[in-house]
Design a protein around this ligand. Structure first.
Ligand code: ATP
Ligand code: MG
Length: 402
């Protein structure tokens, strides 16, 4: 094993640094996430600063920790680092230690910054001094200011100097929960889990709602959404899954609504139920995995007719994306294999092969008059069963009926 040179990892947050007075709350949320995800490494010492979060390794293996950090939303990048005294000789030998550690590096540049103006050497002088020092003491290195293999950052602080080695890209986005809660309509398909992932990346805490129609849909279909919810939870925060009994509503729709409007009416009922569940859970928006024009129920006419029944904003993160691009993300985030398990979704029962692509509000309203919409919605909401997934093991906690 290589001698351990780096004692620290430094986490930078990028986007959340510019969030004005919310910044402290964002950074504290991120710190919580970092601590939660690294709880298996007891020797780490984690400290939050104004501009970064510093992790003192105390002998823990950075190679195990970095991949975990790279999955946490809100982290822009992570650097390995050492700390030395604010002393030119100490900084020179520190820079050399870092350069020697980064074995694959042939070209470098120094990017030095002096926060503490009492330090006698200016940033630009430090750049030149350290550059010359490394060229003299490390034969393999050349300077390349445009495309260096390593930008060796040096930051002279008020108490000590940090010298940074390799920088790893983080997942970006915002810490999960920083943007509030969203009620995600989660089917067992490929799209809606991807929509959930993208929302989590923008800081949304996911409340998932799934409509099931037993006995027409099986336990394995139910297991599929449970597994998808666990995957979504692995990106951070806690995910709650609301399972809605939808059989009676679907049977009523089949019996009362002409075939070509069944999908439209079914979706309008789903939105009404999702809105009620959203109200009960303090979520301010509904989200779906719809993509414009992908299928008949995702035309503008459909969305217009379906959206009519709710006042909540309906977020559609995939609206402009092609199926192949959505599938590529699903593979990346490991939901694809779960989504393609071949079990029935409630949407596929009782529904026509050729639904109307241009439904309108007038007809939808008219067909709903032959249904007892309010009772069907209330009955479904009363029957909701809620599961909670939290912690890295996605422990399943039964939290009873709503
Ligand atoms: P997905 O891949 O997410 O299932 P899809 O391409 O199959 O989407 P539709 O069946 O038209 O598209 O569903 C559109 C959206 O409606 C889904 O992305 C999801 O948000 C929601 N939805 C569909 N079926 C269900 C369900 N059984 N429970 C909850 N939400 C659903
Ligand atoms: Mg689907």
């Amino acid at each position: 094993m290589k001698p351990l040179v780096y004692d620290y990892l430094v986490i930078r947050f990028g986007e959340i640094a510019i969030k004005g007075k919310n910044k402290k709350a964002f950074v504290m949320k991120l710190e919580d996430d970092v601590r939660g995800k690294l709880s298996d490494f007891p020797r780490l010492y984690i400290k939050r600063h104004f501009d970064d979060i510093e992790i003192q390794l105390n002998g823990e293996d950075a190679d195990q920790i970095i991949p975990i950090l790279r999955k946490i939303f809100g982290i822009q990048n992570i650097s390995s680092a050492i700390k030395v005294e604010n002393d030119l000789d100490a900084i020179r030998s520190g820079a050399l230690r870092v350069a020697e550690q980064e074995e694959g590096v042939k070209t470098f540049k120094i990017a030095a910054r002096r926060k503490d103006k009492r330090f006698p050497v200016h940033g630009s002088e430090l750049n030149q001094d350290l550059g010359a020092w490394l060229l003299k003491h490390c034969d393999r290195l050349r300077v390349d200011v445009h495309h260096p293999d390593l930008t060796l950052r040096v930051e002279v602080g008020y108490h000590e100097t940090r010298i940074y080695g390799h920088e790893y890209k983080g997942a970006g986005g915002l810490p999960v929960g920083a943007s509030g809660k969203v009620m995600l309509m989660l089917s067992g398909g490929i799209d809606s889990p991807v929509a959930g992932y993208l929302l989590a990346k923008r800081g949304a805490l996911i409340e998932a709602i799934h409509f099931q129609s037993p006995p027409y849909t099986s336990d394995r279909a139910r297991q599929k959404v449970i597994d998808l919810s666990k995957k979504l939870q692995s990106f951070g925060g806690k995910v709650r899954l609301h399972l809605v009994p939808f059989t009676n509503a679907q049977v009523a729709i089949r019996d009362a609504v002409p075939e070509d409007y069944r999908i439209t009416i079914m979706r309008r009922l789903m939105f009404r139920i999702a809105e009620k569940a959203a109200e009960q859970n303090g979520t301010l928006a509904i989200a779906t995995g719809e993509s414009l024009g992908q299928v008949a129920s995702q035309t503008l006419e459909s969305m217009n007719t379906i959206n009519q029944v709710t006042d909540l904003p309906v977020l559609r993160p995939l609206i402009t994306m092609d199926k192949l691009d959505i599938a590529a993300i699903a593979k990346e985030i490991d939901t694809y294999e779960i989504s393609i398990r071949p079990y029935e979704d409630c949407c596929t029962i009782f529904l026509p092969k050729a639904p109307r692509t241009r439904p309108d509000r007038f007809h939808a309203d008219r067909f709903e008059r032959s249904l007892n919409v309010e009772d069907l919605v209330n009955e479904a909401v009363r029957g909701i069963e809620t599961l909670t997934f939290e912690s890295s093991e996605s422990e399943e906690l039964f939290s009873g009926l709503l």
